[in-house]
Structure formats: C-alpha cells, structure tokens
Ligand binder design. Sequence first.
Ligand code: NDP
Length: 310
Amino acid sequence: MEDVDLPELNDGEILLKGMYYSVDPYMRGRMNDAKSYVPPFQIDQPIQGGVVGKVAESKSGKYQTGDVVVGMLPWQKDFIATEKEARKIDTSMAPASYYLGVLGITGLTAYFGLMDIGKPKAGETVVVSGAAGAVGIAVGQIAKIQGCHVVGIAGSDEKTKLLTTEFGFDDAINYKATPDMNKAIAAACPKGVDVYFDNVGGDISDAVIKNINFHARIPLCGQISLYNSTETPMGPRLQPMLLTRSVLMQGFIITNYQARFPEGIQKLAQWIKEDKLKFTETIEHGFENLPKALLGLFNGNNTGKMIVEA
Ligand code: NDP
C-alpha cells in the first residue's frame, strides 16, 4: 500500500472516490509476463480492474459531482480519470455493484457465451462448471429461461443446495465430495450433455466431456483450475471424441462482443426486472482486503460475484 499525492484536475477529467472494486480470476493471468489478450500488470503501477466510483469533483461537462460511474480503473481509494475512461450508471435500475457483475462483464460473459456459442434449445441438457460463481450462476438461470435441463458443478454442499433451491438448477454436483465425476454427471444427465459451459477446465471438464452428445457445443469461457499451474498439465486426449461426435468447442473473450454489449445489458436487465434472473454477491469490506478477496476466488470463498466495498 502506498500513499501518493494526486495532481490538480485538468479539463475533461474527474476525481473519483472508489466505492466497489471487482476481483476476477483473469487478474491472475495478468500477473504472468506472457503474451495474452491483455498486457500484463506493470510492476509499481496500481492493478487495474472493474471499479465503480462516485464523482467527487468534475472538470468535465459530461459528469457532475455525485454521479456514479464504472470503468476499468486503478485499485486506488481516490483517483483521477478522463471522461472517456468512465461510464455513468443508472443506480435506480439496479444496485451500483451489479454493474461489476450481472449487469457488467460476468453477466455479459454468461449471456453471449451461452447464447452465441452454446445455442441452447428447449429440452436440451446444459452443464455448467464454476456454477455458483458470478458467470456460472447466470449461465444456469439463462439456460433455464431457454427451457433446458440444467446441471451445475460447484465446490461445496452449501453451494449446490443454493443452486437447486434458490436459482432453479435441476441438479448440482459437489465436485469436492464426488469421487467419480464421470458417473455423477451421467446420473444427473440421463440424456447426455448438449451444452457444456466450461469455467474451470482440468479434471472436471474431462469428466463432463466423456458424457458429451453428438453435435454438442462447448463454450470455453474459463480454465481457473489451471491458472496457477507452472507446467502444462496433461490429461486424456479428448479430440477423438469431439471429432467423432461432431462437437463444437470454442474459446471466447467477452470483449469480442463489445459492439453487442447494449443488446446483452438490455436482455439481462429485462430478465432481472421480470424476476427470471437472480443474483448474489460476496462482499468483502475494506479497500485493504482487495488481495485477500482476489486470492479467495481460488479457494471458492465466493458465491456469486466477489466484490470489495471500499
Ligand atoms: P467465479 O465467481 O466463478 O469465482 C471463481 C470460482 O471458481 C470459485 O468460487 C471456485 O468455486 C471456482 N474454483 C476455484 N478454483 C477451482 C478449481 N481448481 N477447480 C474448480 N473450480 C475452482 O469467477 P467468475 O464467474 O468471474 O469467472 C468464472 C470463469 O470465467 C473463470 O475461469 C474466469 O477466468 C472466466 N471468465 C472468462 C471471461 C471471458 O471473457 N472468457 C470473462 C469473465 C470470466 P468452487 O467453490 O465451485 O470451487
């Protein structure tokens, strides 16, 4: 933690007070000095991520003191942003922190990954891993809205119970208490798996893919079980199964869909309003707890979106 003096505001800039900070699994990848879809974090510079802040002072015609904004902003308690780096949000429609979750990147990831790549049809079986997390919990409910049989995979009995009792999942499997995942998935999906929304990779995905149907679709969203690997992990060779069953597996990065974000937000907001899409958050209090909250994602400490309230 470092204290720094902020410079005077220039024209077109705003002074923001951080309210809510998003911690996300992809941040782990930005700590590797490797070529990726975003550059690595810079040493001696604040981490950047999704932040909701309140305008404390404005030298921009677009913002007034008191406006609430969201953007990819620094992990600082107070900071200066240009008017282009922030976007005003409507806190009468949903709580401000939702713009870091269901009405932000994780909701959009669930929506476009499932609808555009998964293409679920009524009556099909959809399996989602990381099911009690921010993306997964939305994926399962959107699949239910499409009329699918939905099975979630998560890491505790509390989480699996919540998925079936509160979030409308048809079934849920606690992978930490299930010795034979292949068998458990076969039992939960008697007609096989038509869409597998993969948030975690590794052994869990190997077991799901063993149950994959002909012409199934696999949106490859995240591989959190591998983000801390220092060597390339080896697993079963699954390509022959994908080939012979004509399965589509497609990776995606949500920013691919940037031009269609307004459509996604409109759909998600409509489902929230109609009470078809529910959301939950795990909130850590205190700016100084940002690192703890980020590490907690890798231990399954969160249900729904992990947020830090300053
Ligand atoms: P989550 O809210 O799902 O938090 C992470 C969860 O992952 C934890 O709660 C934990 O739940 C689970 N987890 C952690 N370690 C493991 C492990 N070794 N094996 C299995 N599960 C594990 O995060 P998000 O919803 O924000 O992200 C979900 C996935 O989607 C991530 O992989 C992320 O990188 C990816 N993502 C991809 C995007 C894209 O553009 N492609 C955009 C946003 C997210 P549990 O208790 O169940 O283990």
